[in-house]
Write a protein that binds this ligand. Sequence first.
Ligand code: GLC
Length: 680
Amino acid sequence: MTAAPFPAAPVGDAPVGTGPSPSSIPTGGTDTGGVHADHDRLRRVRALAAEVLADAPAHQRELFDVRLSKWWPDLWEGLAELYPAAAAEDLGHRLVTLAATSFAGRDSELHHLDLVRTLSPDWFQSQSMLGYAAYAERFAGDLAGVAGTIDYLHELGVTYLHLMPLLTPREGDSDGGYAVADYRSVRADLGTTEDLRALATALRHAGISLVLDLVLNHVAREHEWAVKARQGDPKYRAYFHVFADRDEVDAFEATLPEVFPDFAPGNFTWDDDLQGWVWTTFNQFQWDVNWGNPDVLFEYAGIVLFLANLGVEVLRMDAIAFMWKRLDTNSQNQPEVHAIARTLRALARIACPALAFKAEAIVAPADLVQYLGQGRHYGKVSDIAYHNSLMVQIWSMLAAGDVRLAVEALRGLPPVPPTTSWVTYVRCHDDIGWAIDDTDAWRSGLNGWEHRKFLSDFFSGEYPGTPARGLVFQSNPATGDRRISGTTASLTGLEAALAAGDGSAVDTAIARISLTYALIMGWGGIPVIWSGDELAQLNDPAWDTEPGHGADNRWAHRPRLDWALAERRHEPYSIQQRVFDALAHLQRVRSEQPQFHASVPARITDVADPAVLPVLREHPLGPLLGLYNVSDSWRAYPWQSLAALGLESGVDRVSGDRLTYGDDGNLWLPPYGFRWITAG
Ligand code: GLC
């Protein structure tokens, strides 16, 4: 079929349709640098895309050309930061060809979604977004089973479903699927790629975006690239960081922390086949890939577009902080990781703009905000990032019954771009590590080391009188770190209360669960419920009985969803009914308040009581003040502070009641109580 003539998008600001046709543009061009070189480069890639799309309908060729013209500069700047000019140029051409090919193969429903999302680029910032995260098999058996849970997810108000790694992993221990052996097929016991496409489609029709992991720091030792490297293919050996010499390894080790000091000490693994040490930040079977090699970026670009064309709407960039290595550093948060994110993001904006990126960077507060784009990467990297700092502070506030450290830490975070969003979460499939800054601790009158120790003692159940029943994960005697595993219910005291048969302690634990979820729903962003928390599921006592799980107690908080327990959500006054309905109710309320849109900053205002966290969200439609009592006693918030915001005769949106005051003029909050107050 011959394509109709199509009006090419111009380079620069001229109106669409008046520019030169890409195919009439000479593809040679001397690279003199500066604006002319930029124009030449853009002309060349537009011509390239026009060739690839020669048989596509005119409107599609125009659309691709407009997007390429808009986003190529971002893509190029990312590449130019990562690679020498010639390699960057060559890779740029390969990526544009790839993007155009993938665009041509994208199905019409997804093209339509691209259009819709381009018109509402804030879709993932909406206050109606609510996330749910689960392992497909532990939640619903397989992919078809997941499709059968849509009504359940709707009951909670879920609009975003993160299914834990489900691409084909290595056999045996695969770190919960984070050791991928093949990115282009689905784990056989879960279904096929066509089942994945069908699930993504069913979810989308139900208003739920599918979120999948993109494990891009490492592959399984059994992945084809690693197999070929082990067979001696130099092309693939160069996909990894391999050192023949132990001295080189030791030079890196001198400044590297250990992620799994218990079961995978060190950061390198000797491999007989390679006759060398290969970089393995995580487990010995997870080989870190070398992003300094442009071929690696090209491979992952293909995987990104493949997943996007299956209908995945958000990619979680796993362990993104570790992707670039540099001697004499901890090889985390290097500037190049942002250039990589920028490149992949720009590529997706050209080929499949419905796709959003989420950074999984569990790093110190100061490094965290970089992942949403600061400085020259402003607005150009991930759209979404995990608010690890908020998560840590929630647990710290609960243990201490005091908000002052949280106030220091959260106030100290630089502003994030208004086009981005946090994922807020109480806990996830990973352990909780005490990412608390010593200076923040000192400013709030604490010693950082002692406070971290206190938190580990408190949540592992060792601290006298603590209601928490967590497990210590990766105790590191060298640093004193002891991370914590546990479900929300077990960490907030429900397990201990049930064991003691103490009804009032059960009530307190439920109040704490509701408070933690109110905090993440009230902060702004996408709050994510970890599967089972909505039913107050406890730690799985048999967590170590499945093959490959024995050494990793994170499986204690990844229980299979107990569907018998889920039925109890319909039984009035059952624990499940109280927790499930509390979460669903909070989301219903939240979705009606525009102040919760992620573009509205959360600001900690007047701290009148060290046990009450006041979070203000100022919106042109009026302010919303969240008040959270993190202690086990009644606490007051002064009328004057509410009056200063014009909220003294406001309404608490959670209960629907107008505010009433004690005789002393204070608004009183019960133990672990909270309010979302608007003017009414
Ligand atoms: C991320 C995952 C974690 C995994 C690690 C290595 O941090 O959340 O579960 O162990 O990456 O892939």
